[in-house]
Design a protein around this ligand. Sequence first.
Ligand SMILES: [Zn+2]
Length: 411
Amino acid sequence: MADTAAAPVTVNGRTYRPTNRPVVIVCVDGCEPDYITQAIEAGVAPYLKTMCECGTSLLGDCVVPSFTNPNNLSIVTGVPPAVHGICGNFFYDAERRQEVMMNDARYLRAETILASFSHAGAKVAVVTAKDKLRALLGHHMRGICFSAEKADKATLGENGIDNVLALVGMSLPSVYSADLSEFVFAAGVALMKRDRPDVMYLSTTDYVQHKHAPGTPEANAFYAMMSGYLEQLEALGATVALTADHGMNAKTDAAGRAQIVFLQDWFDRELGAGKARVILPITDPYVVHHGSLGSFATCYLPSGADVDALCHKLANVPGIEAVLPRRAAAARFELPEDRLGDVVVISERLVVLGTTPARHDLSGLDAPLRSHGGVSEQKVPLLFNRPLKDIPAGRRLRNFDVFDLAFNHSA
Ligand SMILES: [Zn+2]
């Protein structure tokens, strides 16, 4: 069925060739691969099982910091943060001398695949759970782009669509709920039925993954829900490609106590109070999930500080996995050097990084802390409902290869 008008597009050095099927790229927030395995084992996600058996299941590496914004932007641009510029949810804008959210499109340094397709004449639709990503994902894009969080406020002028609640047939979900993600999938199916977009990007929230480990009833219920919607997209003729922005791990000891290294306190002891500035790029307005605790931090040091000596000393603190000076960190993790502090700190799998206890409100946590941000959350699924062909042996796959794999390699 030749139902696509889309032409090939080249963006950020890669070319994407549409086939005659709509392509749906799904970014499942916080989807440690084991969530899918356990849901299939429990028998609750039959379509995910079909994807594994009849399509393709691979693993890829996400971008470190394994946070939401850097990875969503890597996925939709096809390149790492060194190119597109978004290296955190939050960062220190050295030019403005301010700690700011990085969800403004002025921080984006690359065009998105979505925008490029839309300008090449393709019908493009984007649905994201949280509104914090909408402006970045929809940058320069023509077509439909809205968040589940603000679905009731979507207008034709701003979002390319109105009356979303009626179209989806759901009431507005709470921002802290599994329903926020279900709304994304339900909207995707409704849009596929009504508009049949050539390219659709669906991005969920990790509310469930922050609270519930793989294989738990709540996690399995989430993946059962997702399996049903993806099956509907397949029935509508779409190529479905699933990946994640990052994995997720428990950050606790055996008693369920959060394992936290407080970096501001550590630097205050080493250098004097307030001399270093610790930035936690996980920080966003939705702190109930994680209390702003993740496994990646960057620190600005006072001039004259002995960076190498501090790196060496901090690397020996229990729970710390790696401490790298700016340039080495930028090279290893493909990050924009001008948006990093003097050092980058990564904690071990069961450990998170904080500033000082008073600045982390854990009262919203009603379950042992689960979080992400480090190298330990880098493995993510790459799951397709079609066989893939012509992938060179030994190629290191990334989550931001998902558009390339879906467009250029699906059989
Ligand atoms: Zn995320």
